[in-house]
Design a protein around this ligand. Structure first.
Ligand SMILES: [Zn+2]
Ligand SMILES: [Zn+2]
Length: 273
């Protein structure tokens, strides 16, 4: 078993490199960029979304560049440097969710809400309002409440150091609420959460070992169904090749399970909630 596992891993890495190399030969796609209106969500790409919550702008896990040799397949739908931002949410330290060079170019008046391990660097970059949340802690001001929920995901940025914490966030306005799951493997932690929309990750689930850290499209849907949420918006695919799953297959699987409550969007599309 040991040997076959090693061979499998080498084969996986080879496949991943091959698919990323092929991506180098293609130009990144230019997505549409629909208007962001009151109470809406735009998928900017991967785990980056712009949530308009009752007029306030919330940006999640802002990452817009290539990830080392992993090329971005589609350009971000919005130039985030020009965006007036009220809140930036960071779920965890992985490279596909936290890029300091991107954060450095963003609106420094924004309030940042993050899991542990980023405060010093964010201060150096120029952010003044930084709030670190652990599991079951909340940020509150006159506009909004943001609750941190523990995702089933080891968010360590580096192998030997960093924090394991990986947050999901429930964002509550006066009338509306949105769940942003970040990265998570299957968990029952979202049970009975009320939300007008649940933004769920659906990529990075192959080979099976990845299911310890991430969820399949079916598992994302099952978690969504446990909530009292009106619609599920699938993200965390179609932007980078980080694992062995194929985006067309993911899309097919989402279409198969969709009972009308999954709002399948492309990068750059806006969904009203
Ligand atoms: Zn992650
Ligand atoms: Zn991720």
């Amino acid at each position: 078993m040991g040997k076959s596992k090693v061979i499998m891993k080498t084969k996986d890495i080879f496949e991943l490199n091959k698919r990323n190399f092929k991506a180098y030969l293609r130009k990144p796609l230019r997505p549409k960029s629909e208007k962001i209106v009151t109470n809406s969500i735009q998928w900017v790409g991967h785990a980056t979304t712009i949530i308009n919550m009752e007029g306030k702008i919330i940006l999640t896990d802002p990452v817009t560049k290539h990830l080392g040799y992993m090329k971005r397949l589609v350009k971000p739908s919005v130039n985030l440097k020009n965006l007036k931002i009220d809140y930036i949410l960071i779920t965890h330290g992985h490279m596909d969710h936290l890029d300091y060079s991107v954060l450095a170019g963003l609106d420094k008046d924004a309030t940042v809400i993050s899991s542990k391990g980023v405060k010093k660097t964010l201060k150096i970059i120029g952010f003044k309002k930084i709030n670190i949340l652990s599991e079951n802690e909340a940020y509150k001001d006159e506009n909004i409440e943001i609750d941190a929920i523990r995702a089933n995901h080891n968010g360590k940025r580096y192998y030997f150091f960093g924090y394991k914490d990986s947050n999901s966030y429930l964002i509550k306005g006066s009338k509306k609420s949105v769940l942003f799951a970040g990265d998570t493997a299957y968990t029952t932690v979202y049970k009975n959460i009320k939300a007008d929309a649940a933004i769920m990750p659906v990529g990075c689930y192959k080979p099976d070992e990845f299911l310890k850290m991430h969820c399949s499209p079916e598992q994302a849907f099952k978690m969504f169904k446990m909530m009292k949420a009106k619609q599920m918006i699938p993200i965390h695919y179609k932007t980078y090749i980080l694992a062995q799953d194929d985006d067309n297959e993911t899309l097919k699987r989402l279409n198969t399970i969709n009972d009308g409550s999954i709002k399948i969007v492309d990068v750059g599309q806006t969904i009203v909630f």
